[in-house]
Unconditional design. Structure first.
Length: 176
């Protein structure tokens, strides 16, 4: 019996060292050496640029009316004739109008994921005047800031241009 047990323990110890210690250390080293930004996460002082944040008031650019909780992902099951969806959309339109923002479709409807951190450049431009006025900044400066943060489609043709709202608001905070 011990003749079978001793090799089993030896093989288990070897695989523990190889797969439990050396392999994770090698993967961590490769990640840090070649992909440090991804390996270290994406948290900034304001949150993560990968998850939509809640911004309120005209001093900040707002994103889609999604949840800012990454555990609350997923869209709703509300269809185009849903009274609840219509009421929420009308409420979002009224809120944006009160803040001096021209509502766009993306600013009043949630995304499919429920935590979309990005908006289209047109959505940002719809907010430029209100944000500039609330912060007492020149409209041209705020528009230039939004334009400078546009992310182009991947490889020039995959997807659509977008602006990350967290990065835009962090850059806005650094202006003054």
């Amino acid at each position: 019996m011990t003749s079978h047990l001793r090799p089993a323990i030896g093989v288990s110890a070897i695989f523990f060292v190889l797969l439990g210690l050396l392999y994770p250390l090698a993967e961590t080293g490769i990640g840090q050496a070649f992909f440090s930004h991804q390996a270290n996460g994406s948290l900034t002082a304001g949150g993560s640029p990968l998850v939509g944040q809640s911004w309120s008031g005209p001093r900040w650019f707002v994103g889609r009316p999604d949840a800012d909780n990454p555990m609350a992902t997923g869209g709703t099951n509300l269809g185009p004739r849903s009274r609840v969806l219509i009421q929420e959309t009308r409420r979002n339109i009224a809120t944006l109008n009160r803040e001096g923002i021209t509502p766009t479709a993306d600013l009043v409807t949630t995304s499919g994921s429920g935590v979309d951190p990005d908006i289209a450049p047109a959505d940002a431009y719809a907010q430029v005047d209100a944000v500039a006025k609330a912060r007492d900044l020149p409209v041209a400066e705020v528009r230039h800031l939004a334009t400078s943060l546009i992310q182009r489609p991947q490889f020039g043709f995959l997807g659509a241009a977008y602006i990350n709202v967290l990065q835009l608001n962090e850059a806005l905070a650094r202006l003054r």
